[in-house]
Design a binder for this molecule. Structure first.
Ligand SMILES: CC(C)(COP(=O)(O)OP(=O)(O)OC[C@H]1O[C@@H](n2cnc3c(N)ncnc32)[C@H](O)[C@@H]1OP(=O)(O)O)[C@@H](O)C(=O)NCCC(=O)NCCS
Length: 152
């Protein structure tokens, strides 16, 4: 059960959810990115059939979490796999299984797309998200992330 006792449900995102999604992302990251999210939603509407998954968790009528994932084919020399691009749950709705349900629903979508592997990237210092993904059975992958600065 979620806050106020309303049961959780998971469904595809709708346009009217975006205000809550933008607010939740701003709460978690400290940066409000309205344009980014609106363009991501528009792209999602166009590409939903071809591999992007954008789901929300609701408690009653309130959006309490979201997950975004995407199936990518053959990038990095890898057979098609599902990527978890972002997952957030409102602080007052945490530890009630919302993220677990969101990830399970996303993985179901990936399975329907005949994908057999799910991957994600996370910041090394973000032990909270690491604990969550580990609890779901995700482990260190054989891929190594690399980067370099492009500005002097
Ligand atoms: C990580 C996050 C998504 C988990 O959401 P949630 O709905 O609370 O997760 P769940 O209730 O499904 O928890 C599942 C498991 O994750 C682990 N977990 C979740 N929160 C935890 C915490 N605070 N400390 C330790 N383990 C935790 C536990 O193993 C938990 O299982 P348990 O309740 O049986 O112990 C949520 O805390 C969040 O939104 N954090 C900030 C988001 C973020 O940093 N995103 C990174 C950008 S993608």
């Amino acid at each position: 059960m979620a806050p106020q006792g309303a049961p959780l449900s998971i469904r595809a995102v709708r346009g009217e959810d975006m205000k809550a999604v933008i607010e939740l992302d701003a709460l978690v990251t400290g940066i409000k990115k309205r344009e980014y999210w609106n363009s991501l939603y528009q792209r999602h509407e166009k590409t939903a059939v071809s591999g992007q998954h954008f789901l929300v968790a609701t408690a009653g009528t309130k959006v309490v979490g979201f997950v975004i994932g995407e199936v990518r084919d053959w990038e990095f020399g890898s057979p098609p796999c599902g990527w978890v691009l972002a997952i957030d749950v409102r602080p007052e709705a945490r530890l009630l299984g919302a993220a677990t349900q969101l990830l399970q629903a996303l993985c179901q979508g990936f399975r329907r797309a005949r994908v057999t592997k799910v991957r994600t990237l996370l910041a090394r210092e973000n032990t909270l998200i690491l604990s969550f993904f580990r609890s779901q059975g995700m482990m260190i992958s054989p891929f190594i992330p690399l980067e370099m600065d492009l500005m002097p």
